[in-house]
Design a binder for this molecule. Structure first.
Ligand SMILES: [Ca+2]
Ligand SMILES: [Ca+2]
Length: 86
């Protein structure tokens, strides 16, 4: 019992640390949609996103991809930018 509580606490701590790291490591997402969508397919795929933001965590892309279809549409990117701290 005691051991599992310890693991739980460790898990929470690790999650908090990851969250903090995410905040500090976050680049500024000011790029226009057209600059990200390099093949002009109308959507930004993870590979395009990563090319532009090599340090970005997959979590960031997943957050921006509001409908979880694996690509960012202009509306999704715009909304994501509006949610970013300035
Ligand atoms: Ca594309
Ligand atoms: Ca999407």
């Amino acid at each position: 019992m005691r051991a599992s509580a310890g693991w739980l606490r460790w898990g929470r701590g690790a999650l908090a640390a990851l969250g903090l790291w995410g905040c500090f490591a976050q680049p500024v997402y000011r790029e226009a949609f057209g600059e990200l969508d390099q093949d002009a397919s109308g959507g930004v795929e993870w590979s395009e996103f990563r090319r532009r933001f090599p340090d970005a965590a997959p979590k960031v892309f997943m957050e921006a991809d509001a409908d979880k279809d694996g690509t960012l549409k202009p509306e999704e990117w715009k909304l994501f930018q509006e949610l970013q701290p300035r």
